[in-house]
Design a protein around this ligand. Sequence first.
Ligand SMILES: C[S@@+](CC[C@H](N)C(=O)[O-])C[C@H]1O[C@@H](n2cnc3c(N)ncnc32)[C@H](O)[C@@H]1O
Length: 541
Amino acid sequence: MPDAALPAPPDLFDLPRAADPSPRAAALLAPVADLPPGLVHEARPGYADPPPPFYASPDGRLRLYQADALELLRRMREESVDMIFADPPYFLSNGGVTCVGGRMVRVDKGGWDKSQGIIGDHNFNLLWLDQCRRILRPDGTLWVTGTSHNIHSVGYGLQVLGYKILNDIAWYKVNPPPNLACRYFTHATETILWAAKSAKSRHTFHYPLMKEQNGGKQMQSLWNIMPPGKSEKRHGKHPTQKPEALLTRIVAASTNPDELVLDPFCGSATTGVACARLGRRFIGIEREAEHLELAAKRLEEEYQSYHQQPRLDVTVAEATKIGGGGGITEPMEREDALKLLEAIKGSDLVELATRHGQRIFHEKELEGQIKRTLNKGWAGLTLEAYLGLPKNSRREPNGGSWELKQVSIRQQRSGIYAAKETMQITMLDQSHVIANPFESSHVLHKIGRFIVVARLYVDKAETSSPVAIVRAADISMQTAGIYQQVERDYELIRRTLKPGERPHTTTGELIQIRTKGQKDSSTYAFYATKHFVNILLGLNK
Ligand SMILES: C[S@@+](CC[C@H](N)C(=O)[O-])C[C@H]1O[C@@H](n2cnc3c(N)ncnc32)[C@H](O)[C@@H]1O
């Protein structure tokens, strides 16, 4: 259902004839005779009507067009978009080799990535950068990614066309493939140029948000972001797909909700995914149908998951109708919770926290200085908010028929992913444990009801944290051995407990008891060891 409250982008491709290059760009273009054929994009007669989109989300706010970018940019209305992110051809598919999954492969991203020579490539950059500047609003900004193959041409183009370069970001691709030739340093970064339309632009920059996402310190121009993992490629692969964490940061930093973002070389539409997630409007242009099919799947999924989210903004009147005095109070079934959590697999939990106003760090003033401390429960609270559960209700949604657990996992030196910490199962009720064997214990009762959500721990500053695994745990269904081992551990712990005596830390193979919080605390709880968390997450194979 189109949402009338949210404006879709107007049809912008409606110039009666394609716009010519600006005089500034025209003067800079190399003479046509010097160029390989097919590079100068002749002004074509305008289309009679705006071209139909290849894909449009039901509310029309996310759109994909199949076209040559330059052709379509030339038909777009002047000063019509707020931000442009461009990941143009890098011109690096020229017979070189690289390493993929330990194997040597030719660099061949596709015909679109082949170089036309230095002048041809530079002319191409000048032409599209010039059109982008024409269609940007006066305070708009442009981001362009690249490597040494194209970024110097782009940077020079930005300067001569009148843009003002704001930053050159070094994106460090944590864990890059090795250099096979061993004659160069390993290529580990890409550059992302950020430029305002002109020196007069009053560009948008959400400084406090970026600072918060960086653990309370000013965010620098060196960004450590992992290349997209498997979950971001679940609909298929694009050879140069950008990580969602990179695009969500860019969109969040430089745009406001509802603003219009354009990606003229959108590939699998990672920019669109970020826009859908952050409530921005999006237009993507891409030449290849194969990439557009993938882009459409990603946008549709993102649109659906955004719109399926429980509404946290219900009015008091609506909430009362549901049955409560504020917030959603209807019980949620485990199956529904699982479906909703599945829908955010691969999404950045940090972004989701921001969207739900969940603070990741607390600020305190101490001796005139602002001190920031991690809000330890932020990830669990974010999931709760996303599901629309009342705060701190994780233990008892729907009368205790299931329980939401959140853990962090991280990549080990060996490359495998494993639990970063133990996970609390239940508080220790000493007299209950002494009186009850495993079959009637709280421990068994609890574990069988868990939904465990694992997020990927990236860094201390919680720069980003993709939701990696969503699992309904049920040890009674586990392969033989697990149930019995937990039972053995439980009975071992049980034997150590004496009525009226303070318990002490006891660790089995899969579960343990220890104090909760401070070492000298008198509150004890059962925990799943890291090994058991790995088993619950299916990471032990
Ligand atoms: C570097 S990739 C973009 C990848 C994208 N950022 C993502 O995350 O999937 C560049 C894309 O631009 C497309 N392309 C190249 N030249 C184009 C042109 N003149 N017009 C439209 N698309 C073009 C290619 O097909 C390719 O998918």
